[in-house]
Each structure stands twice: as structure tokens, then as C-alpha cells.
Design a protein around this ligand. Sequence first.
Ligand SMILES: [Zn+2]
Ligand SMILES: [Zn+2]
Length: 365
Amino acid sequence: MSAESLTCAAGTGRTTASSITDVTEVTPTLPDDHNELISDLCGIVSDYPHGSPSATLGLLADDAADALDRIGTPQGRRERTGYTILLHTTCWYVAARVFSKSLFASYTQALEGLRATLDPASCTCPAGAHPTDVDGEYGVEAGVSMLSEAGRAVFAEEYELEGEELAAFDCEAFLAGLADGAAARMREAHKELFGGVDVSHLDVRFLRDDGGIDIVALQEAIRRSWEDNTGPVALWSARRWLAGQVRDEERIGLFLSLWMGIAQTYGGLPPSYARDLVAALDTIGPDASCEHPQHPWSATTHVQSRYEAVVHLYAPEDYPDTPVPVELSARELWECPAHYAELARGAREVVQQWRHMRGGEEDDW
Ligand SMILES: [Zn+2]
Ligand SMILES: [Zn+2]
């Protein structure tokens, strides 16, 4: 198969040698803007977007919605097929990578609009005739190709599709299945990204029998990076902090667990988390100053040394090693308001980077 010749090969280093056949034949070609669309969307579905993925996807959803006005025409039906496939193929990216309510709304609206024009009962396809795995770069190629007559010709040639196989892409039951699946995924993701996250089930893991906070347990959870605990630990810590359910001696440990949960979530956390994290950080006055030349956290440089510093602070006998030198280890230095202010400032900057990286309006956060 030589589908790469359509499109996605540019920049991916893949060979396109197989497509250079029968050069003497006049082959149908895609419009330039469709080639560009394939290239942009392939970058997005491969998780290596160029340009602004949220702008590209917003435009895609708008174009899909516009196509609804033409649904009574043959061209409108071609577009319905193409856009339904494209929204299906790209929705995972919107759900997982872009924290933007307006983009969610555009996708949901377009999907619902398309779905309303589809009648699954009209399917007369033989069993197993519906296209499968219209995902990833193939899904992008299929979707964009379906938008135009010329694109369909290119696609049919590339994948050696016969008339019926090509026609199955237009089947309303097939398309309705894609639209329903994508809409369900968007609904689920909307809850996760913008709704409320319940972390109360973590109380049993992070509270000791006497009601105190088990700082070492929080640190161990963060340390198990393969479990993706940073977000839940940060949120649990933030809620505890905001509720004032923290003893004096636990404060710095809880705050550092919040800090590490933020700083060590490299892909960013969605607004459903960030709201309470920022609220907790905002309880710290930004302007505290002191005479100390340095604070203990400045002695930590990486993930492992942060962990060692905190567990040593709370269980020095079990964890004798710490990167914090004796001259920086006084409790008064740990608890210095300027130390908290430094930590809060750094964590706020990280959250700000998430917003920048994940998009979305200020209100979404
Ligand atoms: Zn069918
Ligand atoms: Zn200080």
C-alpha cells in the first residue's frame, strides 16, 4: 500500500518509493488546501502537531457544521462523510490534549448536527462491509479524501477500493456509529477535564489512624511515577490545605507534596484539577521577604532529591539521606513565609505553562 504518497510522509521520514509507479498515467490529485489539511491533521493525530492544533481543530469543527447546510446535495453528502470521519479521528486529541471548553462545544455541536442527519436503519451493507480502523493517519487521509470527488478518486486508487467498498464509507449506519462514539468520548472527557474530581477515596491511603497526614505515604505515591499519581496527590493535598485540615508540623510536608504534584506533572493537569491547586497556592502571600540567604528547597535539584528531602524531614530514622545541608535544615527555614512564597510562585508558573500548552480560554481555568 502506498498511502503515504497522499500526504503524511512529509517530515516523517517514511519512504514513498512504493507510490512512484505508473508515472505516465494521469492521476487524480487532491486540491492543495486538502493536502495541507491532511498534513496538519496527521501532525495532530500523531501527537506531533505543527502550528496551533486548537485553531486547526476549531476550524475543522466549524467547517463540519457549515457542511450541514449542504446536506441535501451530493457534495454535502460527501462532506458529511468526510467530516464525520475526521471528527471521529481527531476527537481523542481534543479530549486529551486541548483543555478548551469552546473547542469541546464546537465538536459536540458539529457531531450532534451530523448525527441528526444520519439514519442507521438505511444501511443495506452486507455484514462486515463497513470500513474499520478509520483512525490515525489513515483516518485523516480517508476523511479528507471523502470531502471531494477528486479526493475519493485518489483514495480509491491508493487503497485499491472497488465501488462498493468506497460506497460503504457513506453508509449512514457506519457514520452514525462514528459520530455516536466520538460524542460519547467528548462527553466523558468534558467531565474529566472541567467537572469535579473526587479524591476522597485517597483519605484511607494518606491519613494515619490518629487522623494525621502520612507525608511519607504522599511522597511514596508521587514516587510511583508509573501510576500517574501526581495529579491526585496534588489535588488531595490542595483540598486538605484549603480545608485547613493540616497540623502545624504537617504544613510544609503537605505543601511540598502539592508542589511536587504540580511540578512533576509534565503534561499538565486539566482545569478540573488546576482550579483547587491554584486556590491553594493563592493562600500564600506573594510578598513575604526575609533575611535568609537561602531556603532548604534550594538544595533539591531533581525528583529524587526532592523525595529524599521530604521523607527525611518526616522520618529521619527511616530515611537518613537528605540533600539539604545541616545549615539549611532548621525548621524555621522550612517554615519561613518567604520560602512558601518562593514555592507558590514556582508552582503558579508551572500551572501557567499548562494553560499555555493546553490552550483554552482564561475562563475555562
Ligand atoms: Zn452500512
Ligand atoms: Zn526565609
